[in-house]
Design a protein around this ligand. Structure first.
Ligand code: PEP
Ligand code: MN
Length: 264
């Protein structure tokens, strides 16, 4: 990772407005739902449209995603709105399908980052890709696991690599769904200052009224971007209903955030 300076450049080179904004529903549910949300996000600060199509649910019996059919819906999002697309991949088959269907940004979820075997499998499948690949922190507050996943992907020659801070599970009773443990994200940023660092206030908060404050803290700490779950009918979302915001609320959040970027 000694040449990590190369990593930051891809984000700067893309000349996107700061911060990078990734938004869209936790899960793709139907074609209509995906397209409706994407159209509402089209002329906003959003750069990448996210939608999970393979959903790693902690307990079985919940909605586990629409699967590969959702890739066609993401292609329609690209065609109809011009938005770039993002989804979670959790094994080699997911990666191959996502690459084939032109998904622009792939991320590794918190439940996958904990497993070196699965991370290696994903890294091998992604070998040399120029798509953006972001690694969420593992569910548990273990910096080494997070770094290890980044190193595996870096060794696979992935040029546009970054990380997502989504908080850590805990037995403590807190207002958060996943406690931020900001110091871990900062430690990672200190070790690899050139690796773009995205905050995911949705999975940290678990409830929509905390999204703004968590986002502001992240920007104050010089994060490079935000991933915010957004749904036109959040209360009836098929997953993570309590934490999703409407496109309208997202626009307001982006307007109200104090954005600061230290360029040097
Ligand atoms: C998600 O982004 O919807 C998701 C499942 O996130 P995480 O891996 O952070 O739990
Ligand atoms: Mn979610």
């Amino acid at each position: 990772m000694e040449n990590s300076t190369q990593l930051r450049n891809w984000l700067d080179d893309m000349a996107l407005a700061h911060p990078l904004v990734i938004a869209g529903p936790c899960s793709a549910e139907t074609e209509d739902q995906v397209l409706k949300i994407a159209h509402e996000l089209k002329d906003t600060d959003v750069n990448y449209f996210r939608a999970g199509i393979w959903k790693p649910r902690t307990r079985p019996g919940n909605f586990e995603g629409v699967g590969a059919i959702g890739l066609k819906w993401l292609q329609k999002v690209q065609q109809e709105t011009g938005l770039k697309t993002a989804t979670e991949v959790a094994n080699r088959a997911h990666v191959e399908l996502a690459l084939e269907h032109g998904v622009d940004l792939l991320w590794i979820g918190a439940r996958s980052t904990v497993s070196p075997f699965i991370v290696q499998e994903i890294a091998d499948a992604l070998q040399g890709t120029d798509r953006i690949v972001l690694v969420k922190n593992p569910v548990n507050p273990d910096l080494s696991l997070w770094l290890g996943a980044v190193e595996r992907l870096h060794s696979a020659g992935i040029k546009r690599l970054g990380v997502i801070h989504r908080g850590f599970s805990t037995y403590e009773k807190t207002k958060y769904r996943n406690i931020p443990e900001w110091q871990l994200a900062i430690e990672l940023q200190t070790r690899f200052p050139d690796l773009p660092l995205i905050n995911d206030p949705s999975h940290i908060s678990g409830r929509r009224d905390l999204i703004f404050d968590v986002s502001q803290t992240a920007l104050d700490l010089n994060f490079d971007g935000l991933m915010i779950e957004t749904h036109t009918d959040p209360d009836n979302a098929w997953s993570d209903a309590a934490q999703q915001v409407t496109p309208r609320r997202l626009v307001q959040i982006m307007k109200d955030l104090r954005i600061r970027k230290e360029t040097d």
